[in-house]
Ligand binder design. Structure first.
Ligand code: SF4
Length: 418
C-alpha cells in the first residue's frame, strides 16, 4: 500500500468512526458465480453482531470534504482538519485486498458531500457496482444514502447494497435547525420513504417473477446524535418510534455526542459522552421492538427522562406495582415478558415448561432468569405467602443494593468512546 493511500485511510477511517449506524443483520447474500465472500444472515458489524460476535468491516468515508457546515460534524467545511478523498478504484482495491487477507467481512461506506448530492452518490454507487459486477464481491456492503440524491441513483444503489442508511443527525427538527440550519428532516424522510416503497414493490414483484433482483435485503437504518442538543429522552424515543413505524427501519442507532468543537450551542470539549444515557435509550428501543412495550408506557409527560439508576423495564414495573406480582404458572406470555429479570428466551422457556407442571423458583433459576430481581414481581409454586406486597420505592432500594451494574460503578468516569 502506498504512503498516500495509507494516509488517506488514516484520515477517512478516523472521520468515519463517529457513525455508529453500521451494525447490521438480516442479509443472506450467497456466494454465487464462484465469487468472493458472502454475507451470512447473522450479519456484519464493525464491533458486535446481535448475537455478540465481534466482526470487522472496512468503515471509511469516500471523502471528508463537505459543502455543508453542520456544527456537530468533524467533516464540516469550517473545521480545520486534513482533508482527503479516495477514488472509486482505490476503495474497490482496498476492499478486495483487505477481504482477501481476511481483515474484513464487508464494507461500510459513507461520505461527506463533494459538490452536490448526486455527484457524491454516483461515486458510492459506482464503488458498490464495481465490487459486485467486476470483482464478484459477495460480502456485505452498507452504503450511506446521500440526502437529496436522485431516485435513479438510489434505485441503483439498492441493487448492490445489503443495507442503506441515512442519518437523522438530531432527534428533532428544532435540534437539527439549531446546529445545521441548511438541513431538514424532510431531506431524510423522502429517500427513506422511497427506499421503503421500492423494497416492498420489489418483494411483491419477486413473488411473481423469480429473477427479480434483491433490493436492500438487510433494510434501512438511521442514526441520531444524542446529547448535542437539549431533547428529552421522550422526544428522542418518540422520534425513533415514528421512524420505525413510518419507514419500516431495521434499526435506529443512538450515538452519544463526543464534543469536537468550541461552540456555545453544544457541550464543551472535554465533557464525557453520555454513554449511560445511550445505553438506556438502546434498552428502551429493545423494549419497544421485542417486548411489546408502547413508547408512551415508558416515557410520557410525567416521565420525560429515563431513570439513570435502573433500566427502563424495571423502572416501568416499579411505577406499575399494582400489576404485580403475577403468577408465573398462569400469566400470559406478554405479561411474563414485562417482568424485570425475564428476557424473551426465558419467557418462552417458562411457557413451554409449565405445561408439564407448576414451576418452582429453583426451576426458574435453572432457566436463566435473574431470580433475585424477578422475585419481587412474580409468584411461583413455592412462593411464600406475603400479607403486604413491598412498594416500588423499597423494591428499588433493595435491587440497587444488590446491583453490580458496571454503569453504577463508573457513572461519571467513562473513558472516551474511541
Ligand atoms: S452534511 Fe454530513 S458530512 Fe457534511 S457536515 Fe453535515 S453531517 Fe458532516
Amino acid at each position: 500500500m502506498s504512503e498516500r493511500i495509507r494516509e488517506k485511510l488514516q484520515i477517512l477511517a478516523d472521520a468515519a468512526k463517529y457513525d455508529v449506524s453500521c451494525s447490521s443483520s438480516g442479509s443472506n447474500r450467497k456466494n454465487t458465480n464462484k465469487g468472493l465472500g458472502d454475507a451470512s444472515s447473522s450479519g456484519i458489524c464493525h464491533t458486535y453482531t446481535e448475537d455478540g460476535r465481534c466482526v470487522s468491516l472496512l468503515k471509511i468515508l469516500l471523502t471528508n470534504h463537505c459543502i455543508f457546515d453542520c456544527a456537530f460534524c468533524v467533516s464540516r467545511k469550517s473545521n480545520d482538519v486534513k482533508r482527503a478523498a479516495f477514488t472509486v478504484d482505490e476503495v474497490v482495491e482496498l476492499t478486495m485486498s483487505f477481504y482477501r487477507r481476511n481483515y474484513i467481512e464487508g464494507l461500510f461506506l459513507s461520505s461527506g458531500i463533494f459538490k452536490n448530492a448526486d455527484y457524491t452518490m454516483e461515486r458510492l454507487v459506482r464503488i458498490a457496482k464495481k465490487l459486485r459486477l467486476e470483482n464478484n464481491f459477495n460480502g456485505y456492503i452498507h452504503l450511506k444514502t446521500i440526502p437529496g440524491a436522485s431516485q435513479e441513483l438510489l434505485t441503483e444503489a439498492g441493487l448492490y447494497a445489503d443495507r442503506m442508511s441515512i442519518n437523522l443527525e438530531m432527534p428533532t427538527e428544532s435540534g437539527l435547525k439549531l446546529l445545521a440550519p441548511d438541513k431538514s428532516h424532510d431531506d431524510v424522510k423522502k429517500p427513506l420513504g422511497f427506499i421503503k416503497d421500492s423494497i416492498i414493490a420489489l418483494k411483491d414483484e419477486k413473488k411473481l417473477i423469480r429473477s427479480t433482483p434483491k433490493f436492500v435485503p438487510a433494510g434501512q437504518s438511521t442514526q441520531m446524535v444524542i446529547g448535542a442538543t437539549p431533547e428529552t429522552d421522550m422526544e428522542i424515543m418518540y422520534s425513533a418510534n415514528e421512524y420505525y413505524k413510518n419507514y419500516d427501519l431495521k434499526r435506529v442507532y443512538y450515538s452519544g455526542y463526543i464534543p469536537i468543537s468550541y461552540d456555545t450551542r453544544m457541550p464543551v470539549i472535554g465533557s464525557q459522552p453520555p454513554l449511560l444515557r445511550e445505553n438506556r435509550l438502546y434498552q428502551t428501543d429493545w423494549l419497544m421492538r421485542f417486548y411489546g412495550f408502547d413508547v408512551q408506557e415508558i416515557l410520557n409527560e410525567k416521565n420525560p427522562h429515563l431513570d439513570v439508576d435502573i433500566d427502563p423495564k424495571l423502572s416501568w414495573a416499579l411505577r406499575n406495582m399494582e400489576s404485580f406480582p403475577i403468577d408465573i404458572n398462569t400469566a400470559d406470555y406478554q405479561m411474563i415478558l414485562r417482568v424485570p429479570g425475564i428476557g424473551v428466551g426465558s419467557a418462552k422457556k417458562i411457557v413451554m415448561a409449565r405445561k408439564f407442571g407448576r414451576l418452582r423458583s429453583d426451576q426458574l433459576r435453572q432457566m436463566g432468569i435473574a431470580y433475585n430481581r424477578a422475585r419481587y414481581f412474580i409468584r411461583c409454586a413455592d412462593s411464600i405467602f406475603q400479607l403486604n406486597e413491598p412498594d416500588g420505592f423499597v423494591v428499588k432500594q433493595r435491587i440497587l443494593a444488590e446491583s453490580n451494574s458496571k454503569y453504577l460503578k463508573i457513572p461519571q468516569n467513562q473513558l472516551t468512546l474511541f
